[in-house]
Ligand binder design. Sequence first.
Ligand code: PGA
Length: 249
Amino acid sequence: MKPLYLFANWKMYLDRDESVALAEGLAKQLPGLALDARLVVFPTSHSLVEVKNIFDKTQVKVGPQNVYWVERGGYTGEVSAFMYKNVGCQYVLVGHSERRHVFSETNSEVRQKQDAILNAGMTPVLCIGETSHERKDGEVEMVIEAQLRATFTDLTWPADRELIIAYEPVWAVSTGESCDPEEAERIAAIICRYVQGLIGVEPIVLYGGSVRADNVTRYVQEEHIRGVLVGGASTKLDTWLEILGQVKA
Ligand code: PGA
């Protein structure tokens, strides 16, 4: 059995005390769950080190939601990939739809961030997906392939690194309107095929966008979906534990 990937994006939902409380609650419950899965939490940068220390003796890894590609210098407000590596991070979100659409991050910036994450020795978790307009206009495949081309063309993937891509349709992120699992599977298969063609590596594809306890198993049982990236429902102990309980069952 291939391991299941259960990733939690806490976005900017929790302050420091709330992040610590959630991490402590989860760390306490984990032994009882005996979950054989890759668990990664992406907290806010200001609580990341503290959260990481709480999870240190557990299977949970901690990573940032964003990085800057220059190692160090006069870049007020930024934190580099290198600096997150320095505090022991292993996985990094890159190209999340909120970065792309709220902060106007371009495909070429996503590429620079991904390259910096790889160079720092960490594993990027690349988020891609189409907007509702693009879907209505029949451009889903075109948009996804353009995002993949921008990120993977002329790249040799390091042999020691997992290649993780989260398919997160923008219209499904934090809207309650999750993507039909069969459609998510169709896109996941396209992503696998396209990335294999670009760089000859089989990606690990996750689904993200309004995942909850009542729909999570429908995604993870699909052939090309190896796990989920969960936002809102991962920021409360009870809803996150419900999700973990579902996939364990
Ligand atoms: P959501 O967010 O689960 O709240 O829809 C998913 C994500 O942004 O990764």
